[in-house]
Write a protein of this length. Structure first.
Length: 326
């Protein structure tokens, strides 16, 4: 750092401010210091800084399937929120979300020195055994309400209620449900809320058909479900399955929404460009990621864990895929 200070013609204190991301350095001086750092080949030693300041400025993320739409969008949001706060991200995917796999992920993150961990795993397998978190490590979970740690999630039940109520208010006698996989907390809460909403309106709940979040499963299950002429309204647990369902309806020559109405969940950007444009439940992945990072940083800075549950509201986006029954 002394070499950088001499090269840039500034004090060591100014170099320290730039290295630590302080804002009280004018832009021209900051650039001069950064140029000098490159000239002399200086890079901040994160381990030394951690020993001095007690923080690594790094957040670990343990997550299951990265390729699903919801997980990838949430990870994007966590990363953006962390970077905005001056933190880096260390991603630790687990192939099978068992307690043993998660414990292994914690061990690997502990070796890489993180200040806290966000867990983005919603599978029920984690209920089968207690996951032992390293002492003193701040943790926030997304979606898993049974973890015993601070939790941030979309209000899944509210979203399913909005979708089901919308279809009933259009005049449909009941609503069929294309659910997500049974090991998913989100799928479980959406299905439970769909059933509860039908009960409140004194309607019979038809048998559930189960997908795996993919458009392919929506198509396969849609071909079976919508061959029944009694089906006039379907709530799909996510937009990707709704897309496959729409294809099945087109191939079965059932008009949407004249004969069958479809509602999805997520409001992915492409939903507005399905044919017809999809009525869906909007959830804010960006807000979930931001609030999870805020909760984790609050725990890191205070050294105290407050087990709170934050549920973010959803909204119904009404497009052209829903209408009164024939």
């Amino acid at each position: 750092m002394a070499d950088v200070a001499r090269e840039a013609g500034v004090s060591g204190q100014t170099v320290s401010r730039v290295v630590n991301g302080r804002l009280n350095v004018d832009q021209a001086t900051r650039q001069r210091v950064l140029d000098a750092m490159r000239t002399v080949g200086y890079r901040p030693n994160s381990a030394a800084r951690a020993l001095r300041y007690g923080q690594f400025r790094s957040i670990g993320v343990i997550m299951g399937v990265v390729s699903t739409f919801g997980n990838s969008r949430t990870l994007d949001a966590i990363t953006s929120a962390a970077v905005a706060k001056g933190y880096s991200i260390t991603l630790m995917p687990v192939t099978r979300p068992t307690p043993g796999e998660v414990m292994g992920a914690f061990s690997r993150l502990d070796e890489q020195a993180v200040d806290g961990v966000v867990i983005l795993i919603e599978e029920h397998e984690l209920d089968q055994s207690e996951v032992e978190v390293p002492d003193g490590l701040p943790v926030v979970v997304i979606s898993n309400p049974r973890s015993g740690y601070p939790m941030v999630d979309t209000d899944q039940a509210q979203g399913a209620e909005l979708a089901t109520t919308h279809l009933l208010e259009l005049g449909h006698r009941t609503v069929w449900h294309l659910s997500g996989p049974p090991h998913s907390y989100a799928a479980e809460r959406r299905e439970q809320s769909w059933r509860a909403t039908l009960r409140r309106h004194d309607r019979q709940a038809p048998p559930v058909v189960v997908g795996d979040w993919s458009a392919e499963s929506g198509y396969v299950q849609g071909m079976k479900l919508c061959a029944d002429a009694a089906v006039t309204a379907v709530f799909a647990a996510n937009d990707q399955m709704a897309l496959g369902l729409l294809r099945a309806l087109h191939e079965l020559a059932r008009l949407v929404p004249a004969e069958v109405s479809v509602v999805g969940f997520d409001d992915m950007a492409e939903a507005a460009h399905f044919w017809p444009p999809l009525t869906t439940v909007r959830q804010s992945f960006a807000e979930v990621g931001r609030r999870a990072v805020d909760a984790l940083l609050a725990e890191i800075e205070s050294g105290e864990r407050h087990v709170v549950s934050v549920k973010l509201p959803t909204t119904l986006v009404h497009r052209s895929s829903t209408a009164p029954p024939p």
